[in-house]
Design a protein. Structure first.
Length: 394
């Protein structure tokens, strides 16, 4: 494995950053491993209700550009810490509030607010701490470490439900444990220090014409990603009847695959270029979407479930290609502040479409079927690659 000091600047706070991120990922693995089943089995959300809850889960991403406009004077490290506090508040609410649609959705919103603030900062800090020319590799290592943390969370959920015979009363205690781990991660993040620097990107709102193709790529990627992230697991829960332990096993296998694939994809980006990576993932995506939407028409139900599970894992791996767009930003940017501002703006642009997909995806599934939903995902992926082909590289 690549030695970290060959990829990251030794004077940077990359060690403290990765320790805190590993802790946050572990808490997320616990949360993600049960949240879909909690919503379906305890809260009683239908596919349409799930779409509504996802609208509010993704809304912080759209609001991110305005949130960071308020926080623009702070360093990326301090914004990262604020995200940690909000995640802790949201998870604590989830463990304590009654299982009503309104209160559970509010808890999801608060947790997601912190998660989206950290999302932009994770990529920004990885690129900022990286050695020159090692941006793709740095993002790959960061993603791999995050996958290791989530894997630990998924394995913990699998063990709990295996030994406790799928007891759904354990959902709330798991949320509470996740909140305690988030508190520990917040303490680790306090060791990260950094100051904001002056520069061209020091503005409350940051949009630049030279990044217009990056913004458009984020729109396409956000739309196609949202369909799988929101409705991929829910198809397995509602349509195929998968329980929390089965879903956590699937997430664990996905995390293992992404753990090993992330550094490889990062090195490919550095060696072959971000443009090739942006374009080449579409062929696999079309196959994935076809089987996810139509497997139950072709195969017996148990085999269709297995095929959909395999394709969910494949989608998680090819989604790693999204790291290429961040390296593209670094290639165009003039300084670290511009990278930070542009990636954060990109997250908001990404969510302009994801909140619509989250809101209407459940309706599409309910009225037109899951086939239409995943055909739409394949079309969006093709649009993403076609647009990426127009990028001019240096």
């Amino acid at each position: 494995m690549t030695k970290l000091t060959n990829v990251f600047r030794t004077e940077s706070k990359f060690r403290e950053f990765f320790i805190s991120m590993l802790t946050f990922a572990f808490a997320y693995g616990l949360y993600k491993g049960i949240i879909d089943n909690y919503l379906a089995e305890i809260v009683g959300m239908s596919e349409f209700d799930k779409g509504v809850s996802e609208f509010f889960r993704e809304l912080p991403g759209l609001l991110l550009v305005f949130l960071l406009a308020v926080l623009y004077i702070l360093s990326a490290e301090n914004i990262y810490k604020i995200g940690a506090v909000l995640m802790l508040v949201g998870m604590t609410m989830q463990s304590a509030v009654p299982a009503t649609r309104l209160l559970v959705t509010l808890s999801i919103f608060v947790y997601s607010l912190g998660e989206h603030i950290q999302l932009g900062m994770r990529n920004t800090l990885s690129l900022e701490y990286a050695q020159k020319g090692m941006g793709g590799t740095a993002l790959g290592i960061q993603n791999s470490i995050y996958q290791a943390g989530t894997l630990a969370g998924f394995i913990a959920v699998i063990a709990v439900f295996f030994f406790c015979n799928k007891d759904t009363s354990l959902f709330r205690p798991i949320f509470a444990i996740s909140a305690a781990i988030l508190a520990l991660g917040a303490l680790f993040s306090l060791r990260m220090t950094g100051s904001n620097t002056s520069g061209k990107a020091k503005h409350r709102f940051y949009f630049r014409r030279k990044f217009s193709k990056y913004y458009m790529l984020e729109v396409f990627y956000g739309a196609r990603k949202q369909i799988f992230f929101t409705f991929g697991p829910y198809v397995l829960v509602l349509f195929y009847g998968a329980n929390a332990m089965i879903i956590s096993i699937l997430f664990a296998v996905s995390a293992v695959c992404c753990f090993f694939a992330s550094p490889i994809v990062g090195k490919i980006i550095d060696r072959w270029g971000y443009k090739i990576v942006m374009i080449s993932d579409t062929l696999i995506l079309v196959v994935v979407c076809f089987f996810y939407g139509f497997a139950h028409h072709i195969f017996p139900r148990n085999i269709a479930f297995f095929i959909c599970s395999v394709n969910y894992i494949l989608d998680s791996v090819i989604s790693l290609a999204s790291m290429a767009s961040n390296v593209y930003v670094q290639d165009l940017a003039e300084n670290a502040e511009e990278v930070r501002a542009t990636i954060s703006t990109g997250v908001s642009v990404n969510h302009m479409i994801t909140i619509l997909i989250a809101l209407f995806g459940g309706w599409i599934w309910h009225t037109l079927g899951i086939e239409t939903l995943f055909v739409l995902s394949a079309i969006l992926g093709l649009c993403n690659s076609a647009y990426a082909a127009t990028i001019k590289t240096r």
